[in-house]
Design a protein around this ligand. Structure first.
Ligand SMILES: [Zn+2]
Length: 253
């Protein structure tokens, strides 16, 4: 029965020990890690385990490995932190409840970011949001529309310079996009989104906090609504298909 409990691999233990050294400041941002040989000697393990441990730490965004040089401790970026949550988020989005909760969280979060942008956006911020909007207005192909949509929301999240906001905004939008790949198939969905984007931009540019909040809410609520409309349509389609196939299968003799 103990076979069911997977033993922690050697490299995972090494990675954890190095991670602790970083957390406790024994290895500081910018510093080089000891050489592979030294790490092997320190922990009494082989080269393969050390390499795997370093690779795992690099994937976690804690160290950078460049060929010919020793690994170096780097500043963890919010984008990497959020990306690390990706697997769990996608599992969560497998359920209808999970999707509804993510949609609600996005609504509250994006509306707050729009309000904040209306309060503090500088001329430079407004130019960046305007450029993102123009790219979105010009995007007619589906994939391009999705990319420029994420970028528009990201430009609003970047106002104020806190990197955690765009990291979360990008990730949540992308996770939901993975779920609502079909939303843009709702007739006029992309066009309506573009119109909301213009309203959002204009409210932020006018520093009208209430209008920015209302426009962002209107936009996200509509996107969420389209998602469920499309999902209903798809399940009705599937039901029809099942009935049609059911008729084709001969029952009895
Ligand atoms: Zn949008």
């Amino acid at each position: 029965m103990s076979k069911l409990i997977k033993r922690r691999k050697l490299y995972e233990q090494i990675a954890e020990l190095i991670q602790e050294e970083i957390a406790h400041g024994l290895l500081k941002v910018g510093e080089q890690l000891p050489s592979e040989r030294d790490i092997m000697a320190k922990y009494g393990v082989g080269r393969a385990a050390v390499r795997e441990a370093l690779f795992a730490l690099a994937k976690m965004g804690l160290i950078a490995i460049s060929s010919g040089e020793r690994a170096r401790v780097i500043e963890p970026s919010p984008a990497v932190v959020v990306r690390e949550l990706s697997g769990a988020a996608r599992l969560f989005l497998n359920t209808e409840t999970g999707i509804r909760q993510f949609q609600e969280a996005r609504l509250v979060f994006e509306a707050a970011l729009a309000r904040r942008a209306a309060e503090i956006a500088t001329a430079e911020d407004l130019a960046a949001i305007r450029a993102a909007l123009d790219a979105n207005l010009a995007a007619h192909e589906l994939k391009r529309f999705a990319e420029t949509d994420v970028a528009f929301h990201s430009a609003i999240a970047k106002v104020g310079g806190n990197p955690i906001f765009p990291a979360i905004s990008d990730a949540v939008t992308e996770w939901l996009y993975a779920q609502r790949h079909g939303t843009a198939r709702v007739p006029r969905a992309a066009q309506l989104a573009r119109e909301w984007h213009e309203k959002i931009y204009e409210a932020i540019a006018a520093h009208d906090v209430a209008a920015a909040d209302a426009a962002m809410r209107g936009h996200i609520e509509q996107v969420n609504g389209f998602y469920w409309q499309l999902r209903d349509a798809e399940s009705r389609q599937q039901a029809r298909e099942a009935t049609r196939l059911g008729r084709l299968v001969p029952h009895g003799a």
